[in-house]
Design a protein around this ligand. Sequence first.
Ligand code: GLV
Ligand code: GLV
Length: 333
Amino acid sequence: QKHKVVVTRKLIAEAQNLLNTVPGLEVVQWPSEQPCERSWLLEHAKGAAGILLMLSDKCDEELVSKAGDQLKVIASFSVGIDHVDRKALKERHIRLGFTPTCLTDAVADLTVMLILMAQRRGGEAMGKVLAGEWPQMPWHPLLMTGPQIRGCTVGFLGFGRIAQATLKRLLPFGIKRAIYLTSKPGKPIKELEDQPGLATEAVGSIEQLAAESDVVIVGCPLTPDTKHIVNADFFSRMKKTAVLINIARGPVVDTDALVAALDGGQIFGAGLDVIENEPNIQADHPLLKQPRCVLMPHIGSATIETREDMAIESVKNLLAGLKGEAMVNEYEL
Ligand code: GLV
Ligand code: GLV
């Protein structure tokens, strides 16, 4: 009996070969680099035993019921799974694969980039050069100055893999203190605890994290509980010299409140890889008028190596789900 699988994007060659060489598999694949159309997905899901999808493809009640009872596995090409209705999967005993480990380094690298860009005004400075404004701003002692990372208290909202990998990268910069708030029990990895000259500790409240951090890093999953947890109240508690970094999901941060905080000088700057309503961000978006806000188009995991790994891992998860074998990474529903 042939298994039908639906794949919502073209994959890199190695992952594609892996998929194409499995005997007894009927692969139905969205034929372009562009996001898969919802109507196409719903139409082709019918009869599928597995679906490999991206974070831009909603996996909800409608999709899984359209697919039918033979659906065994969803393999998401992502670490975040807020686009997946886990309850709908659990009820039907559908397994969920995701790629939470292979992208940790790439996203942590980008997080460091965003911190430095936000503090050192990287986007603003280069923007002036690109606009031909350098002749009007000759070198002077206070030109484009921003806060220094050495001595900072770095506050992590969410302290999972990416946050901890980011903290490791920050150690050589001489940060003074790392504080974190997490919904997950457990302690940070030993090597982070034993760093001479660095205090790492959990804080008791989000208010404390806001007030004491020079750098706030949003790295928690998006859930009903974390939506807009960084809001006007949070910004009102932050230091005027602090920066906000978001590498998680846009809706964790209230965009209007962020714009107001930047406008009012409540914080120094922001570095974002994600934003509410992405990718529909037009040139007239209020955040783009904020020179102290660096915004990247959700490229956290976008290294060549990591995207290859994610593709291969997604295919492996898909195939394991079909065969009832262990996945590389399975989300416990
Ligand atoms: C990226 O945001 C991912 O969830 O993989
Ligand atoms: C996840 O990052 C968490 O710590 O809640």
